[in-house]
Design a protein around this ligand. Sequence first.
Ligand code: CUK
Ligand code: CUA
Length: 657
Amino acid sequence: METRFNQFWKTAPKAALLVAATVGSLLQGCSNTTGNDNNGATATALSSDAASKVYVAPGKHDELYSFLSGGFNGQVSVYGIPSGRLLKIIPVFSQHAENGYGYNEETKAMLQTSHGFVPWDDLHHPKLSRANGTTDGRWLFVNGNNTPRVARVDLTTFETVEIMEIPNSAGNHCSPYPTNNNEYVIAGTRFSVPLDMKGGTKDVTLKDYEKEFRGSISFIKVDPDKGDMDLDFQILVPGFDYDLANGGKGPSEDWVFFTTYNSEKAGTLKEVGASQNDKDYLAAVNWKLAAKYAKEGKAREMPAYYYHNKMDKGTHMAKSTIKKKVRYLLPEDCPGMMYLLPAPKSPHGIDVDPSGEFMVVSGKLASAIPVFSFNKMQAAIKNKQFDGEKNGIPVLKYESVLAAEVKEPGLGPLHTEFDGKGNAYTSMFVSSEVVKWRLKDFKVVDRIPVYYSVGHLMIPGGDTKEPYGKYLVAMNKITKDRYLPTGPELAHSAQLIDISGEKMKLLLDFPTVAEPHYAQAIKADLVAPKSVKFHKLDENRHPNAVKKEADVSVTRQGNVVRVKMTAIRSHMTPDNIEGIQVGDTVYFHVTNLEQDWDVPHGFAIMGANTSETLIMPGATQTLKWVAKKEGVYPFYCTDFCSALHQEMQGYVRVSPK
Ligand code: CUK
Ligand code: CUA
């Protein structure tokens, strides 16, 4: 009899099997290894009143917004909790045909980088902006891993309003981390790469890893009112790879922590090479001290080349600025700024509890979860309890900083969040479960199977000072047999778990868009009241906006034609466009004259090889179209906007040159 768990086991990554071989006996305890389907296991974990707990009646609103990353889909999706209803997809690093993001002329600049136009990325970590260590519902910061970028989504419009490329970075994975009052959004690099701090060019190979490769930690300043980002400085750290970051709170709020791996500098990152060290490190960085050093002139400057793209509020147009230099600190110049804590090898998640005292490090290949004490860390620094140094950075003695180890938690610990009631919840990738343990004695008190192979888990506010310990969302990597089959590729999946009682109870499975890694959630009443319903037409400063039908125009400059037009229920003006010639590039600047909620108009024209565009009430957007052949080309509104929606149409005539 083959269990679903066994099926997974056969395809488990090598590293996972390696651990399993040594601690395989632990598996016997996992409830999802028994039975030949999960119905049994699901039934034991399923809340007896699950249906009523997740049921949100028609017309009623969810209690929370949750923001799930889209992974390799490059977007963020917004779900209502507890219903699991998909409310919106917010394109960030990806083009989105639904509303023309990345296709229309206003938003293309958002996706410009030093590598050209990059309309894709791998988005892992959404993080809500903060005030006093809790989420304030103003912005959502997200990372692009692949072409290192950090973006900001405005939660009044649910639109991406800023994307900044990160120089001196490769694999912007431990990112973004906002400090407790958004003083900085901090972004760490995954791959160490050769940096040329002298500004010439060097021929460096992997043999030079130890000497020449560095990673970076970027300190992005955030304007407290507008949210605008600005790269203040970087710390260039000698070569290991940074994986994840989390920040202190309360007593530890000046600190940010990073898990690192590959500390033996196996530049080729072969599995064995990268995991041969018995321990890797947790890097502790005093960000306040770093900012002070940077301010007091310890920062040097080097050439850099990166894009900073911003949406202008008045024109609703994105503009790119190219930046040419960056300030940096070297840890060797800045005593007291950075320490290393020995961590289990190949650590993944680092999570700091709501009190700010405990730093929990999840080692994918480790059989226990070390919990470090911030108090002990400070004492160890004061008393110089060092175990040598690594690349000039002092290493603290393991025993001197350890609070306790959580024993036999399960297999493959990845990430931990907190409920604010003294409990921690850790995701176990290999044994496919969520494990609940107590901060007071570090004892495991409950476990619940998840289907299957959970990556991150999320408790609303579970990484802040004030968690909302009612729900937990597990984001799972594999779905097979949970939903109706849809060919080889199945929907990715999240599971909602009730954590309000002593025992965790499963409430709901809901499919997700692409692969969610992390998520954040916030009470709806911190976001919903500020939601913009439409843009005010008289505040529209788009250079090609027309505010009334009488002002529409068709103007030519060489072979560029600008059509400044309007859309309102139920017509486009002008709707019969003449005077276009073969070879012309036509810009349709469409202003939506509506001043009402939920009345966008779309615009599409036959043969447009980009997309349509969707114009919000009061805004102007532009579709670029090249007239290739003579003929008569229909255009129309794509969004069903009124009973006469189908009548919102017109023609463009293209004549021979
Ligand atoms: S990572 Cu995906 S499961 Cu990119 Cu935060 Cu841990
Ligand atoms: Cu406007 Cu349909």
